[in-house]
Write a new protein. Structure first.
Length: 210
């Protein structure tokens, strides 16, 4: 598992959002920010918030209650500081363990660029967050996000992306060798009544309604 330390997080936005997403994964970050703008609600849980830059760029209304769940202290600290106008609560825990978040308490849950870092051979093996998102959402709530995949009917993986993905998998930065966009769609449908998934380059994006 990769160490999300303060010094790594300082370089994270430049590396991931200015280089990897647009140039390698072929999904400029604005497409993920757009998900936040359309679907984040007044009580929002962000799973694996990183630096908080996506939340900041999504310009949530002042006063939105933002809950942050992450196993590392540095991202929780950075994301909290990135959201000065909001009520922020943090949960320091592993996303693959039961979440300490109350049932039916959230209007939206986002999980951006986290699945591909989680251990497990394929999306069905790491589907616990999907069930937890469904549990903590209130009726009508939305679960949305994005993840880098190497396979799927509509997924296009350019040669440079395949190369970088292989390097990241060998170094333990990614664990997405078995992740398939169509499996993600199927897993979401087991917990949510309405599901939409689509691909941009080798990123699959989704919105699922409870
Ligand atoms: C690649 S970053 C994504 C950051 C942000 N969501 C974005 O899209 O830029 C992955 C985030 O997930 C967190 N994370 C990774 N594995 C986790 C786990 N098992 N449980 C909880 N958080 C985890 C990391 O600390 C980091 O904040």
């Amino acid at each position: 598992m990769y160490a999300y330390t303060a010094s790594f997080m300082n370089k994270y936005d430049l590396l991931v959002h200015a280089v990897n997403c647009p140039l390698f994964w072929r999904c400029p970050t604005r497409h993920i920010v757009d998900l936040y703008r359309r679907h984040a609600g007044g009580r929002h849980l962000d799973v694996g918030p990183g630096t908080g830059s996506l939340l900041r760029r999504s310009a949530l209304p002042t006063g939105t209650a933002v809950h942050l769940l992450d196993r590392h202290e540095a991202p929780l600290d950075m994301a909290r500081k990135a959201l000065p106008g909001h009520r922020v609560r943090t949960y320091r825990q592993d996303v693959l363990k039961p979440w300490e978040v109350d049932e039916a308490s959230m209007e939206s849950v986002a999980m951006s660029l986290v699945f591909h870092t989680l251990p497990g051979q394929g999306i069905p093996a790491k589907s616990h967050p999907v069930r937890e998102a469904a549990r903590v959402l209130s009726p009508g709530g939305r679960f949305f996000g994005a993840t880098v995949v190497g396979r799927g009917q509509a997924v296009r993986v350019p040669a440079q992306a395949r190369w970088l993905m292989d390097v990241y998998n060998r170094r333990g930065i990614f664990a997405n060798a078995g992740d398939d966009a169509d499996d993600l769609d199927a897993v979401l449908r087991t917990s949510f009544s309405t599901v939409r998934t689509w691909s941009r380059g080798c990123v699959v994006l989704w919105v699922a309604w409870k």
